[in-house]
Design a protein around this ligand. Structure first.
Ligand code: DGT
Ligand code: CA
Ligand code: CA
Ligand code: ZN
Length: 589
């Protein structure tokens, strides 16, 4: 641990002691010690080794022991115990700007506030403003602080994060000082939500890169700015980390910061088993670890390994084929690579069309023709229209009459030859609370396909919901099951459903399961797909587009499908138009 990190801990201890109501002399001793460490010009390790720590002005007897302990072990028992002895809600309140230990103690003792939720309520009731030493201004500031913290604490859906990240990556690549630049972290792994952005850059002259990165529009705050790294927070609350490394370390840094943590741990173990040490800086004989760390992150102090310039070469050095970032979750990808059974993952360019799309007939924002035109512009061979059914009255669901009129319009459009994209006529038919479908058999028989979805009675028990969906599948009328859980990422939990039973029923009834590609849904979750597909469930990657721009959501669906180990063969809408027509006819018969 560096002396600055140790100083941070001492400062933390001072705050925590104050929060506990300890006497100010004790508190001040830690603050003084922290300052002494920060201004220490010698190497801390040397000072400790030579027994001169207690000679430093401001470092007393008690601190000497603690600094030595944390320096050698990376931990401090006193600090851990102190943290554990204070209610976590009080510690959390320290994150609100303007709230120090004294104010928190007052809030706790006078109002019984024991955490941020109680604090928010006390503010709403005007109790905080009324406390001596607080007032209206302070209360307003606290309320704003709580709001900000909620925005910051939130994860961001992949699509939103990608829209921020992509122009930054392209901008970085255009800088003359930048040799290589890539996304890393959860964004590169295609996770459904992203905590923060990570950029890895290989560059020579680093200062201008850091300068560019920290002065982009939309930045609210530069939270760190160092020689080879920087962190910023944008107006949306999204944070981003930039790391700049020498070119020879690029592959190692990219791999390390792509993660996941579990994947990294397994890769390092694999390296160790071969007598090698793998780190963000390079790959070298295991004994040499200390020297790698000393050179850490310094441009010019590169370790790296000659001849390893790409991740492919890095994996090869450990006897593995390239493992796509989406698979790097530590869920068996290394074993699969070793055994030669890594899947050839489905790609965005494999997609030939999509089924679950809305028009202005229900709650979409573009007409049938506009939607088909957009599909044609994407080069799709077919587009499925699946507007809502009548039970979804809030979404202007279609009656039988309107649906049949739409089917006639679609047939006319297909024969008109206006578009090269073929249109399949379908419906997103509500699965009613008892598992019946919203349209009768004779109506459904006139369609090319049926997506069945749950849109109401979310409060059912897991058993009822599961039975309801299975009953719908058993009608024999469902081509595919829409958004399995109805979840909206970061907004609404899905309804409870027994996924294993649904998968069994999908296999038994030959029902395709949708991977709803709307960036807010990504439902069924990627974590279920590998096993489901192995057992024979077919996946349809459905954008659930409500406007022309929504067709592109298929990309997030492909990310999730790749995370679920899916190949082209396991995804229905990779079939060509002739194959697709044949498949749908067979499925109906
Ligand atoms: P996020 O940002 O929460 O969506 O998830 P990630 O995976 O982007 O995590 P982040 O940004 O904290 O770190 C990026 C990668 O860096 C992470 O996937 C693996 C690597 N990494 C970070 N901290 C550690 C660590 O303590 N141990 C190991 N083995 N790897 C780490
Ligand atoms: Ca991240
Ligand atoms: Ca990060
Ligand atoms: Zn729906």
């Amino acid at each position: 641990m560096t002396k600055n990190e140790i100083a941070d801990i001492l400062n933390d201890i001072a705050v925590l002691l104050e929060l506990k109501g300890e006497n100010p002399f004790k508190t001040r001793a830690y603050q003084t010690g922290a300052r002494a460490l920060e201004s220490l010009e010698e190497d801390l390790g040397t000072v400790i080794a030579e027994g001169r720590l207690s000679e430093i002005k401001g470092v007393g007897e008690a601190l000497t022991k603690k600094i030595a302990e944390v320096h050698s072990t990376g931990r401090l028992r006193f600090y851990d115990e102190l943290k554990a002895s204070i209610p976590p809600g009080l510690v959390e309140m320290l994150q609100i700007p303007g709230l120090g230990p004294k104010k928190i103690i007052a809030l706790n003792q006078k109002l019984g506030v024991d955490g941020i939720p109680a604090l928010a309520k006390a503010c709403a009731d005007g109790l905080v403003a009324a406390l001596p030493g607080f007032g209206d201004k302070t209360q307003e500031k606290i309320v704003a602080g709580i709001k900000n913290r909620e925005a910051y604490g939130k994860r961001h859906i992949w699509w939103d994060a990608f829209e921020v990240a992509e122009p930054i990556l392209q901008g970085l690549r255009l800088l003359p000082q930048v040799q290589r630049a890539e996304h890393a972290g959860s964004l590169r792994r295609g996770m459904e939500t992203v905590g923060d952005l990570d950029f890895i850059v290989a560059g020579k002259d680093v200062a201008p890169i850091v300068e560019w990165f920290t002065t982009r529009p939309g930045i609210r705050e530069v939270t760190a700015k160092g020689e080879t790294k920087a962190s910023v927070r944008y107006e949306t609350g999204l944070q981003a980390d930039l790391r700049i490394v020498p070119l020879e370390q690029f592959a190692f840094a990219l791999h390390h910061f792509t993660g996941s943590k579990n994947h990294n741990v397994q890769m390092r173990q694999r390296a160790l088993a071969r007598g090698l040490s793998l780190s963000e800086w390079g790959l070298e004989p295991a004994e040499g670890e200390g020297t790698v760390k000393e050179k850490a992150g310094k441009v010019g102090g590169a370790v790296g390994v000659r001849g390893i310039e790409t991740e492919t070469e890095l994996f090869a050095a450990l006897g593995l084929p390239f493992i796509p970032p989406e698979l790097r979750e530590g869920l068996g990808e290394i074993e699969a690579g070793e055994g030669g059974f890594l899947p050839k993952l489905v790609e965005w360019t494999d997609i030939r069309g999509a089924f679950h799309n809305h028009t202005t007939a229900s709650d979409g924002r573009n007409t049938l023709k506009e939607m088909v035109g957009a599909a044609e512009a994407l080069g799709w061979e077919y587009l499925g229209i699946a507007d809502h059914s009548k039970a979804s009255f809030q979404a202007n669901g279609l009656t039988e009459e309107r649906l049949l009129k739409q089917v006639a319009d679609i047939h006319a459009l297909n024969t008109s030859g206006k578009f090269s994209t073929h249109v399949f006529a379908g419906t997103e038919c509500d699965i009613l609370a008892d598992g019946r479908l919203d349209f009768d058999d004779s109506t459904l028989a006139q369609l090319d396909y049926v997506v069945g979805s749950v849109h109401n009675a979310f409060a059912q028990t897991e058993a009822d919901m599961t039975a309801r969906i299975i009953r719908a599948m058993e009608t024999g009328r469902l081509t595919m099951l829409g958004h399995l859980t109805g979840r909206l990422l970061q907004r609404r939990e899905g309804y409870p459903v027994n996924t294993a039973k649904i998968i069994d029923a999908a296999i038994a009834n030959r029902v395709v399961i949708e991977l709803n590609a709307s960036p807010w849904r990504l439902d069924m979750d990627w974590r279920h797909w590998r096993r489901a597909a192995e057992r024979g469930v077919l996946c349809s990657i459905n954008p659930d587009a409500h406007e022309t721009g929504g067709l592109a959501f298929v990309r997030t669906g492909v990310n999730a499908a790749r995370k679920g180990w899916l190949t082209k063969e396991q995804v229905l809408n990779t079939k060509s138009l002739p194959e697709m027509k044949k498949w749908l006819i067979q499925r109906k018969g």
